[in-house]
Design a protein around this ligand. Structure first.
Ligand code: NAP
Ligand code: HSE
Length: 427
């Protein structure tokens, strides 16, 4: 006889709608496979008149009704945002109900406090879908790799921006058209600024860094550059030079602590990340014993994300029935956050300059005095002006910043038009 577990969902949009439909349609097959009878009880939404992928009978606009319902044993939060999601999750945990969420914004902002509450109540808070959509990534980091001294986590963790950059690079699609299509396909956040500004990737990088290094970084301390100000010209120059531009998130240890950052990055065309197209995500996890692992798959979209949520629901339901917390407890130490200027880096720099004798020498002099070595230079003249593109060798981020500061002060440099970091090899 399968064991019944009542499920309440907060949010019936792209992911919540897919999950509700799957719980109803796959109830028998899930039961056959797991011995669990997962019964959908209620789904809370804002607009109860909207057409949904599941029957209307389940819909309510009363959020507390889902959490407090006596038939709801387990709560799934798929609304997004900080409030009221945070209060509702705490309310469920306080009531001893396990919670599954895909809300990276909330987990990044408040993870340790939420995990502590869950641990104190002896129930789980699971969040596999918060990073990498349908890719199993959180569980491997927390469980399979718990004994590895990880050195770097790096990759593409936002489907919307990768979809936009791929469409611009391959199809010549405009930024606006590509973003609208990503929204239509359900990849983008309710406010897509979170995607294009790098905030969504920064939240995910924070979670990955927390699990890999045991340090939870405040969102304000994540170095973040989005794709909104990327110039199409730089995508084209990058292509000519054998690179593709990706929004890369990375976390590693530098001499000052754990550094977490998100920024556009030039990736060599023959690197595996260059082949990651559309809404696909890919994350490298590196450590001395394991070398390099690559996790890749659909990073956004209702169906793949609902699969990750469903996996957590099944785990949490098993835990409920076992009467014990099976999910590992998460411990964090201090907040030793690394200063990005202590990182090693490599830059692509586009300068708009006067096309006159001595200009190149003046620019080379600046790089020399800042201690940055130039790897290659390209020049494209246009009458009295020229575009100069330089790629530097690996060196300190602080020295690169100093070089750019000095370039801005040179009379012959009309504009430092772009600075984009170049992917560094495995550390
Ligand atoms: P969505 O399509 O915007 O759905 C949000 C749902 O929550 C909607 O049903 C909305 O109601 C409901 N809702 C929001 N605020 C509410 C409130 N105050 N009261 C009642 N209902 C409220 O969002 P989504 O794409 O499914 O994303 C949900 C969560 O999953 C977010 O945390 C997101 O970051 C995360 N996530 C999404 C994806 C993805 O590919 N979409 C992937 C991984 C993780 P209405 O339907 O009536 O508006
Ligand atoms: N908006 C997010 C993305 C959804 O595009 O990656 C998946 O977390």
């Amino acid at each position: 006889m399968p064991m019944r577990v009542g499920i309440g969902i907060l949010g019936g949009g792209v992911v919540g709608g897919s999950l509700a439909r799957r719980l109803l349609g796959d109830r028998a097959s899930i039961s056959e496979k797991t011995g669990l009878d997962l019964e959908l009880v209620k789904v809370a939404v804002r607009d109860i008149d909207k057409d949904r992928a599941f029957p209307r009978d389940y819909v309510t606009h009363r959020l507390e009704e889902v959490v407090d319902h006596p038939d709801v044993d387990l709560v799934v939060e798929l609304m997004g945002g900080l409030e009221p999601a945070r209060s509702l999750i705490l309310r469920a945990l306080q009531a001893g109900k396990p919670v599954v969420t895909a809300n990276k914004e909330l987990v990044a902002a408040d993870g340790p406090a939420l995990f502590d509450t869950a641990a104190a109540k002896g129930v789980s808070l699971l969040f596999e879908a918060a990073v990498g959509g349908g890719i199993p990534l959180i569980r491997p980091l927390m469980e399979s790799l718990a004994g590895e001294r990880l050195t770097r986590v790096l990759g593409i963790v936002n489907g919307t921006t990768n979809f936009i950059l791929t469409a611009m690079d391959e199809g010549g699609t405009s930024y606006e058209a590509a973003l609208a299509e990503a929204q239509r396909l359900g990849f983008a956040e309710a406010d897509p600024t979170a995607d294009v500004s790098g905030a969504d990737a920064a939240a995910k990088a924070t979670i990955l860094a927390g699990l890999a290094f045991g340090v939870w970084v405040d969102q304000g301390q994540v170095h973040r550059e989005g794709i909104e100000r990327l110039d199409r010209g730089d995508l084209a120059f990058a292509r000519q030079l054998g690179y593709v531009v990706k929004l890369v998130a990375a976390a590693d240890r530098n001499p000052t602590g754990v550094s977490v950052r998100v920024h556009p990055t030039l990736v060599p065309r023959d690197h595996p990340l260059a082949a990651i197209r559309g809404a696909t995500n890919a994350v490298f996890v590196e450590g001395p014993a394991i070398g390099q692992l690559l996790f890749s798959g659909p990073g956004a979209g209702g169906e793949p994300t609902a699969t990750a949520v469903l996996g957590d629901v099944i785990d949490a339901a098993r835990e409920l029935l076992a009467g014990a917390q099976v999910a590992p407890r998460i411990r964090f130490n201090d907040r030793a956050v690394g200063d990005i200027t202590s990182n090693t880096t490599r830059w692509y720099i586009r300068l708009e300059v006067a096309d006159a004798p001595g200009v190149l020498a003046a620019i080379a002099g600046v790089f020399g005095s800042a201690g940055v070595s130039i790897a290659s230079v390209w020049q494209e003249g246009r009458g009295d002006d020229a575009t100069l593109i330089l790629i530097t060798h690996e060196g300190p981020e602080s020295a690169h910043r100093e070089a750019v500061k000095q370039l801005m002060a040179l009379d012959v440099v009309k504009q430092v038009a772009a600075t984009i970091r170049v992917l560094l090899p495995e550390s």
